[in-house]
Design a protein around this ligand. Structure first.
Ligand code: NAD
Length: 472
């Protein structure tokens, strides 16, 4: 498989980038450099935005059915590459194969398929009194994405943007850019009109800032950290461009006294550890009623022991490495600080055995965590669970809402009505009750500092449109 790439994709063609800079791509499980990609420049962004701008009127004028057909061709071209995509995400991110197949690649294919269906059935124009209310595409979209779900985060922007009639310039994460190249191979094969989708790889401070601050970009759709989201907002504010921000989280899993404890702890650990804890919605705080607390910790030890760490391509592996050495050191630092702040190590820890090579951190459970401490407040983005006891439901809700984030959460209770009543009080964009499964058609996004706007499904499509009223 050819991993090193030298070009960017602009106006329907692979092009030499403006500069000669290169960015190495590492395999986080082996610490070897496996490829290089271009470090794009401001000139590359200018060229890509100009192509997207030139393509906009034509693409916006196509029918929704034509756009559905183009998205379907893209879906099929991508699905035909599924094995390569799984392997690539295994190499550049260290995702275990089963997880990469089911989630990293399976989920975006489902999302893309969902947008083919939505584009085929456009909502009829609304009439309000003497007004005809139209939804029109926002324009040129700058999409900036992170490394943790490198295909899904891109598709969650690209598919609705294209379905709405927008054109796009993508800057993927420089840590996991290889799968984006394969996506653009599929885009090329699917024969989308030139300029409708463009790819410029590079760093955040150069390519990301140039895109977010570009006068001809009408909307910036960003997924990543809250700190960078804030910066993007500032850059877009100068020209009053629209922003959609999908940012960090610190989600709480509330386990009430009458919950099925084994199921709740198993689901809670699983959710916290998926993708080695590098998931924005990870339930990284487990809040357990004091009457079940000791038993929950015993279960947590047993369940965590089942998460085998190691080579992402070995069939038994359930947890891969963290994405980079920097990330590993950050996570280990958080664990050390959490213990210094009074947390009690239940399993794992900064010195627990891990493979010699690769950016591994052992799955770690820390009990008696102070809800105000850094471990309970900061997004750690690693396989680290903070467990906190509570005495009554009021206190559980208060602890869950004691966060500057508001992305996701969970409630487990014996009685579903009781769980739903608590779910309504959690200030987050989504809550799963008694293990309710992820729904890729439901709106996804955050309250508070977890973001602005929603992705996925019909609400994600609406983000890329603006309303026009015509009075008759
Ligand atoms: P990051 O914010 O460091 O980077 C995200 C993207 O922004 C990358 O492409 C990066 O190159 C770019 N970037 C960096 N600095 C920039 C700048 N100054 N201007 C413009 N672009 C810039 O985030 P990350 O480390 O790649 O991803 C992890 C973060 O993403 C976590 O905080 C996680 O919670 C968040 N995330 C959120 C969601 C969600 O849907 N809410 C989903 C996945 C990840």
């Amino acid at each position: 498989m050819q991993l090193t790439r030298t070009d960017i994709y602009v106006d329907g063609r692979w092009l030499r980038p403006d500069g000669t800079g290169r960015i190495p791509v590492e395999n986080p499980a082996t610490e070897e450099t496996i490829a290089e990609i271009p470090a794009g420049t401001v000139t590359d962004v200018d060229r890509a935005v100009a192509a997207a701008r030139a393509a906009f009127d034509g693409w916006a004028d196509t029918t929704a059915t034509d756009r559905a057909a183009a998205l379907e061709r893209l879906h099929d071209a991508l699905a035909a590459r599924a094995d390569t995509l799984v392997e690539t995400i295994g190499l550049e991110l260290g995702s275990p194969r089963k997880f990469a197949t089911r989630v990293q690649v399976g989920l975006p294919l489902r999302v893309l398929r969902g947008y083919v269906d939505l584009a085929r059935q456009p909502a009829p124009a609304e009439t309000i009194g003497n007004s005809l209310v139209l939804r029109e595409p926002v324009g040129v979209v700058g999409a900036i994405t992170p490394w943790n779900y490198p295909l899904h985060q891109v598709i969650a922007k690209l598919a609705p943007a294209l379905a709405a009639g927008c054109t796009v310039v993508l800057k993927p994460s420089e840590l996991t850019p290889l799968v984006a190249y394969q996506l653009f191979d599929a885009i090329d094969e699917a024969g989308l009109p030139p300029g409708v989708v463009n790819l410029v790889t590079g760093t955040g401070p150069v390519v990301g800032e140039a895109l977010a601050g570009h006068p001809d970009v009408d909307m910036v759709s960003f997924t990543g950290s809250t700190a960078v989201g804030r910066r993007i907002s500032h850059l877009a504010a100068d020209r009053i461009a629209r922003v959609a921000l999908e940012l960090g989280g610190k989600s709480a899993n509330i386990i009430l006294d009458d919950a099925d404890l084994a199921a709740a702890v198993k689901a809670g650990i699983g959710n916290c550890l998926i993708n080695s804890g590098q998931t924005c919605t990870a339930w990284s705080r487990m809040l357990v009623h004091r009457s079940r607390y000791a038993q929950a910790l015993e279960l947590a030890v047993d369940i965590t022991a089942g998460y085998q760490l190691g080579d992402p391509f070995a069939p038994a592996t359930r947890l891969g490495p963290l994405v980079s050495a920097t990330q590993r050191e950050r996570v280990r630092g958080h664990i050390t600080r959490g213990l210094a702040d009074g947390g009690r190590l239940v399993t794992g820890g900064p010195d627990a055995p891990v493979p010699d090579r690769g950016h591994f951190v052992a799955p770690t459970v820390i009990a008696d965590v102070d809800p105000d401490s850094a471990l309970a407040q900061e997004e750690i983005f690693g396989p680290v669970l903070a467990v906190i006891p509570f005495d009554d439901t009021e206190q559980a809700v208060a602890i869950a809402n004691n966060s500057r984030y508001g992305l996701a959460g969970a409630v487990f209770a014996g009685d579903e009505e009781r769980a739903l009543a608590v779910a309504r009080r959690i200030r987050t964009g989504s809550v799963d009750v008694n293990g309710g499964s992820f729904n890729p058609l439901a709106p996804f996004g955050g309250y508070k500092q977890s973001g602005i706007g929603r992705e996925l499904g019909v609400h994600g499509l609406a983000e890329f449109t603006q309303l026009k009223s015509i009075q008759r």
